[in-house]
Design a protein around this ligand. Structure first.
Ligand code: ATP
Ligand code: MG
Length: 553
């Protein structure tokens, strides 16, 4: 399959890859027809999706089955009145029906808006109006239903709604509707056929720093994820890949559909509600997952388990992204499993942008090097390129070309788009530095970088120092305003099982940080908490800690 889209597949080194990797852009590319239906024709029994949930239910789908179900689902949407360009929101958690829907909507040239089940009615009203959402397909869970129903009177565009699971009055019953729909679907032609530049997906950013932004991607976006799956996650043809992500987070399309299927790997989905490290590890063993990708927070919990108890012999390759990975976590995971965590950096707005690619030796704590197609630079506050060793904001230069898979802008928000992307430079909002070998090291989001007594302090480095201490399970470093120093460093800490809060421990942790990093970075304030505020995707919301602190004053 990949031969069609790449001018070359195999590379001898990172440099060879960076110079020569190239995507051949086809005309009118539609992932559902050109990849899924194509497999259904050439290799119908190839496994596409292996699914299971907490209760032990399991299901496996071949490409032939996915073609059939997506055709039936497309006929259902079509009968409802959904056509090219119509926005449809999917609140489907990790139900396998998500895959039927997204493929069906691609086939129709409609706009898919995946969203989390945690939206309140206010959030739904905002989104429904911002995007003129025409239909919602949702899981049948009382709270989600309640929020959607409460939003209806203020969401005039929202005309149709369907439930996956138990049916309810006033809702279409997804399963029975799809069942009775024909499995013969006529691909739209003429002005109903999707074009490469049409919007196919609107994804909300994680909302780590503020209100989530609505990111728009076109029909070529799936091809951008060849990099993500084939070269960073290193999925293999015939393998089984698990990326842990709710479908309401862009990481789901990074790891659970496009690039993996283009590269021939089956996708594994574990539909769970609560993350229990031991259970997830058991599932990985039982289903013989071969490649795995998760945010750092999961690995932080994994290393606290006795990993020798799990037979991870089928697991060949592990990737990590979404937040910075503390070197301590890398080292402990490597010690326990022999697997080197391969870090990647990217955003909802981009595909994998910097990564530790297979030809590279990972440097624990570093994200890796630029992806081919991405013209990366680090700029200081005046917009000048910085030297190796100096900190700067990560930017993508787009004067020569826009990388495959890069977003088209924030939906219906030109002002915000122009703010982050102007003069052919896209500003990521993340600060990093580059070493003499060309590896990039994350410092922090620009908003999170602390300025104290004239020093700039990146939260990540202090967090990484703290987490080396056995008492620290997780922590977040934030700034607290201070009259004399401008800002001072505060640590919010979750303790591991055998430790309890106290003055002595505060002193010990402070001394520990002074010992392992430059002493001026040590946290003058330490607060112990049960849990850190996080996004649904597991990212620490430092902004929330700062807000709570200022409310306390
Ligand atoms: P919002 O934009 O709504 O505040 P968000 O930026 O967290 O949320 P995403 O697009 O899901 O939304 O995440 C992208 C961000 O995640 C990056 O800008 C970066 O801050 C962080 N990130 C991703 N990978 C890494 C990594 N390897 N190391 C450090 N940070 C990372
Ligand atoms: Mg962001």
């Amino acid at each position: 399959m990949l031969n069609k889209y790449l001018s070359r597949l195999d590379f001898s080194s990172y440099e060879d890859f960076y110079e020569n990797f190239e995507i051949k852009v086809p005309e009118n590319f539609n992932f559902a027809y050109d990849v899924v239906d194509e497999y259904a024709k050439t290799d119908p029994n190839k496994i596409a999706l292996v699914w299971c949930d907490e209760s032990g239910a399991e299901a496996t789908f071949t490409f032939a089955q996915l073609k059939e179900y997506s055709d039936k689902t497309a006929n259902f949407f079509k009968a409802v009145g959904i056509k090219r360009g119509d926005p449809v929101m999917l609140i489907l958690k990790r139900r396998y029906e998500f895959w039927f829907c997204i493929l069906a909507l691609h086939k129709l040239g409609a706009v898919t808006i995946p969203a989390t089940h945690l939206l309140t009615s206010k959030d739904i009203v905002y989104r429904a109006n911002a995007a003129d959402i025409k239909m919602i397909v949702s899981v049948s869970e009382p709270e989600v239903i309640m929020h959607i129903e409460d939003s209806l009177s203020k969401s005039p565009s929202l005309k149709y709604k369907a439930l996956v699971g138990d049916s309810k009055d006033g809702w279409l019953d997804f399963t029975s509707e799809v069942d009775k729909s024909s499995n013969v679907f006529e691909n739209p032609t003429g002005d109903q056929a999707s074009q490469n530049s049409d919007i196919s997906l609107l994804y909300f950013t994680s909302g780590t720093t503020g209100m989530p932004k609505m990111v728009q991607h076109d029909f070529l976006y799936p091809l951008g994820h060849i990099l993500t799956a084939k070269y960073w996650q290193n999925v293999s043809d015939g393998g089984l890949h698990l990326t842990v992500a709710d479908t309401g987070w862009a990481k789901a399309v990074w790891g659970k559909i496009y690039g993996q299927w283009l590269a021939g790997s089956a996708v594994f989905v574990y539909d769970y509600n609560k993350f229990v490290p031991k259970e997830l590890l058991q599932i990985i063993c039982k289903h013989k997952v071969t490649t795995f990708c998760a945010p750092p927070t999961m690995y932080r919990f994994f290393i606290k388990e006795d990993l020798t108890k799990f037979d991870l012999s089928n697991l060949k390759y592990c990737a990590v992204a979404g937040e910075p990975l503390n070197p301590e976590v890398y080292n402990q995971f490597y010690k326990a499993t022999g697997i080197k965590l391969m870090e990647g950096f990217g955003q909802t707005e981009l595909t994998v942008t910097l990564a530790t690619y297979p030809w590279m030796e990972p440097k624990p704590g570093s994200m890796g090097k630029p992806s081919p197609g991405y013209d990366i630079d680090l700029l200081d506050d005046e917009g000048n390129s910085v030297q190796d060793g100096e900190e700067g904001q990560i930017v993508v230069r787009t004067s020569k070309r826009k990388p495959a898979g890069m977003f088209g802008g924030y939906y219906r928000d030109t002002a915000l788009t122009n703010k982050v992307w102007h003069d052919d430079i896209y500003y990521t909002g993340d600060v990093a530095w580059r070493d003499e070998d060309g590896y990039y090291w994350f410092v922090g989001r620009s908003d999170d970088v602390i300025k104290s007594s004239g020093y700039r302090i990146g939260p990540f480095e202090v967090e990484s120092a703290l987490i080396e201490h056995p008492a620290v399970m997780e922590c977040a470093i934030t700034a607290v305003p201070d009259e004399i120093r401008g800002q001072i460093v505060k640590a919010t800490v979750v303790l591991t099982r055998n430790y309890s809060p106290g003055e002595e421990l505060v002193k010990e942790l402070q001394d520990h940080v002074k010992r392992v990093t430059a002493p001026y970075k040590y946290p003058r304030i330490i607060e112990f908490v049960e849990e850190l505020p996080k996004t649904i995707s597991g990212k620490i919301r430092r902004v929330e800690i700062r807000e709570t602190d200022s409310d306390k004053k």
